[in-house]
Design a protein around this ligand. Sequence first.
Ligand SMILES: *Cc1c(COP(=O)(O)O)cnc(C)c1O
Length: 432
Amino acid sequence: MEIRNDPRFRGIEPLKRKLWLSSPTMHGEELQYITEAYRTNWMSTVGENINELERLAENYIGVRHAVALSSGTAALHLAVKLAGERLYGQPRVGHGTLEGRRVFCTDMTFDATVNPVAYEGGEAVFIDTEGGTWNMDPEALRIAFERYPDVRLVVVAHLYGTPGKMEGIRSLCRQHQALLIEDAAESLGATYQGKQTGAFGDYSIISFNGNKIITGSCGGMLLVEGEREANKARKWSTQSREDAPWYQHEELGYNYRMSNVIAGVVRGQWGHLEEHIKAKKRVYERYREGLKGLPLRMNPYEEGISRPNYWLSCILIDPDAMCETVRGERQALYVGEPGKSCPDEILGALAAFHMEGRPIWKPMHMQPIYRNHAFVTREGNGRGRSNAYIEEGGAVDAGADIFNRGLCLPSDNKMTEEEQGLVIEVVRRCFG
Ligand SMILES: *Cc1c(COP(=O)(O)O)cnc(C)c1O
């Protein structure tokens, strides 16, 4: 049945203007900075906006060196290369820095977190998720170090703007002399024990992609402590040109540097980061309030320990309120049932009324591309348990469970209270 004709939604009118999951919010200063770049003809990958943006990031996040790059993915690639060379030395041209090496990676994340490991010839081993923050489970990481004691690199992400359990993860890295790469692409402005995400990794990255909390339309940054490594990344990002009168190359290069125009957009956005976080927090809290009484919970964080940036508001449906559902590789089927619902039904209903939600990022161990990669849970080998429902704090395959029962709600910080009220009403009626 066409969802809009479903009697449960009687009386609800579709929105005239589409409500986005998370869209850019511009303020005006951006234009000033890009106009200045245009006026002075600094239209390349050199200029005042880039320099100022790097200073802004260093001061705000509390790291020694920020390197402005073309994307968060480029930043992750250079982070992986820096870590790989530090651990295993410089490879021959045409070979990756991580060739044949295993790397522990966050499992439930966007694929850009883990692909750079493969770019460098490494093999990602996925670490299960914990229910308290929806990030890498330190307990599963502990088990992984027992199973693979020679691993020296961990890549961790903070999903949806909620900081992961960094104390446990960092102490395990220290104990096993492993380097940590921190993917703070989604969590700019979030803090853990008072410290900014992006300041925990040996190498960290942030992103200014169009849907992130502040944006340059694209862009990203690498954050490092060492000046030598920052300069190395700058050099790699501009085709590894040596200091010579002609194009002289001793190392492989990339075209990864940020444009001074993009840097102008981000520079103009930076002063509005706190305001964006406040708006996102209001969205999250209105959902928490408005969805009370339904058999679901919001994406959790560690109260008193971390301050999320509330980038996306998500929900997790209680196991006994889930209608029967099967997901194939590309399609979902579900059987509607009074009083129950499921992510695909809710997403379909939201879309029918012009509201954009999204499934939880499908865990990497469930992705066809990484089918042959190891996956470690608290129980050890996590393969073959993908669809098991678990209780809160349960031990097996938390990622698949959150993917099955969770979804992201429209979280645009320009959403009006009225529009958000309609989202809440649609979700409510799904359980009718
Ligand atoms: C967006 C994102 C990235 C990639 O950033 P880009 O700037 O889009 O390349 C990496 N990791 C996570 C978790 C992201 O959400």
